[in-house]
Design a protein around this ligand. Structure first.
Ligand code: FEO
Length: 170
């Protein structure tokens, strides 16, 4: 069984993951309006992954005989700007999520909860990958600029992203 402190921090993390899904979905709609179907697809896939992140926490709390408390999800920002602006905002958001996951890890140490510490390690690795993926897109946008022909090619590249569901214990 998990402690109350661990239960609370994991429930807060569920909310942050579902907010992330909302944010990526809002961005996906924005790119769709701009006619950037590949950018839209990439962020929509990310929204699905964020839902998975939330559900893995959800299932873990239940398996550890805790109580799931779903909290209100904030409305995402809608002031996005250019594709480079958007990816810089995404990067800042992912850094915020990384900090939050690190706080969960610290709490498991304080509570001597080795099982949750082991569980949260997956999220630590996932954040490394997510920050790197977003940084890669930012670097391309900074290196090649945001002219239409460049965006066209990057849009085609981002359209190739496939979705592979993440689930707890699989
Ligand atoms: Fe689930 Fe993008 O952090």
């Amino acid at each position: 069984m998990i402690s109350e402190k661990i239960e609370n921090i994991l429930n807060e993390q569920i909310n942050k993951e579902f907010y992330s899904a909302y944010l990526y979905l809002a961005i996906s709609g924005y790119f769709d309006e701009m006619g950037l179907k590949g950018f839209s697809h990439w962020t929509r896939v990310q929204a699905k992954e964020e839902m998975d992140h939330g559900m893995i926490l959800f299932d873990y709390i239940i398996e550890r005989q805790g109580k799931v408390n779903l909290k209100q999800i904030e409305m995402p920002d809608t002031d996005f700007g250019t594709p480079l602006d958007v990816f810089k905002k995404i990067y800042a958001h992912e850094k915020y999520v990384t900090d939050s996951i690190n706080c969960v890890a610290n709490m498991t140490d304080e509570e001597c909860d080795l099982a949750t510490r082991h569980f949260i390690n997956w999220y630590i690795s996932e954040q490394v990958e997510e920050e790197a993926n977003v940084d890669d897109i930012i670097k391309k946008l900074e290196m090649f600029g945001e002219e239409k022909s460049i965006l066209y090619h990057l849009d085609k590249e981002l359209k190739e992203r496939s979705y592979k569901p993440h689930t707890y214990n699989s």
